[in-house]
Structures are given as structure tokens and as C-alpha cells.
Design a protein around this ligand. Sequence first.
Ligand code: FE2
Length: 272
Amino acid sequence: MKNNQDDNKNLSAYEKAAEEGVDPRCIPQRLEGPVPEHDDVTYPDYPESDQETWKFLYNRQVKLLPGSACDEYLEGARRLNLSADRIPYLKELSHVFNDFTGWRIARIPGLIHEQDFFGLLQRKMFPSTDYIRGKDELDYTPAPDLFHDIFGHMPLLTNKNFASFYQMFGEAALNAKGKDRVKLEALHWFTVEFGLIKSAEGMRFYGAGVASSHKEIINALSDQVEVIDFDPEQVVSQQYDVWHLQPILFAIESFEHLETGFYDWTKKLGLL
Ligand SMILES: [Fe+2]
């Protein structure tokens, strides 16, 4: 169990994982040079088995969206024209973001060092992989893959308030040092990856870690989870465990609430 308050070395969860000898795909790599962006991203020659994996994951997950995904996520998935037919082309998705929010896609080779990651976010570039998990990892993969990056993260990047929040996050994270860096990592976890949002119809998710996980999409909105109102100061002092289903999650009122709440909090910390 990770405990931010006792974390006197200020290591990120992934740096700790590297120290503890976990799967090498979970060890962040520094980018050695520029990566393909937007129009320079090409479509890999996926074997048929990869296309089948996409189709399986997409069909299994899409059934769980009604009544659990927020309207903004569903609208984003429509805008991106996601479908079971084939693995989406990152370049085409990049053009959709660009039209709605000015974001674009950079194709990355795997888990990248956080300074590279934040630097891309600050430039409104979403770092995405273009390979898919193996058939032995359909339920869970510890490393990033295109199903998580596309199905999980991308729909919300067509939303103006979320996109603005995420760009500010990149900027604040680049400025953060020591304990502030660890705080922002926790905030990312409880918003971008596992965030919930209140709606007139009830609680919904918007986090990518929920959207792309068969188990989390069921767990996150069940009575197994304690839901707390989003407050950045409380979020960053909350313990969490990256390897198990989440027992505590935070709910925002709206994406405007996330954007302004984050802005006010980071201004106070001197990170923006
Ligand atoms: Fe993610």
C-alpha cells in the first residue's frame, strides 16, 4: 500500500515499482528523441489477432457504458467514431481532438518518464501507445496499451473543460518538485484515471482506468466503493494502491468544477 505522507524519498509509484523489481514494461523510459506527432503518426501493420483483441475488448466494454459512463465521455466516444470494426488510427483521432480542443496525439513507445509525459501534456499532446495487449492479458495488463489509451483516455480529450484541466496539469507537474510532485501523481490517479462525476441520473465515471477495465467499471460504481466529494487537498492526502480494485474514489460536480478546483489549488501552491 502506498502512503504518500510517509514517502520521504518522493518517488513516483512507477519509480517505486522499478525499485521493487516489477514488470520491466512498468519501468518508465526516457524518450531519446522526438516521437511522431499528429500527421506523422503511421498506422501499424497489425496482425489479425490484434484486431480480434480490439474487437473483443471494445465489445465487452461498450456494453457496460450505459448507466456508468458520464455523458461527456459518451459524447467524446461518438465524436471519435470509435467502433469494434478495427483498431482506430491515431492520426484520425488526433484530428478529431484538434478540431474540438486543440489537442493532438504523440505516438510513444511505452511507459515514458514523467518529465517527458508532462512536457507532452503541457503542449496539448496526448502520449499514446499504438500496440495492444496480448490475449493472455485481456482482463488486466500492468503496462499501457492502445486499448487503455484510446478507449480510456481519449473520449474526454474532446471536452473543453477536461482538456483545459489536463493541459494545466502538465504545466503544474513540470513545475512541481519533491512532495508537490507526489501530490500531483495522486491527483492524476483520482481524476484522470479513476475519477467519478455526479449527474442528475446518478454517479458516473470519467476516469480512463475505469473506462478501460472490465473489473473496475463494475467495481467503481458499486457499493464496495466509498465516494468522497472532490477536494484537491483531500485527494492528495488519500492513500491508494495501484495493483488492486479501488476502495475509495472522488466525485466531481462537473468538469468546470474540476478545472477551476485544480486551477485554484495549484495557484495556491505556486505551481501555475
Ligand atoms: Fe492511463
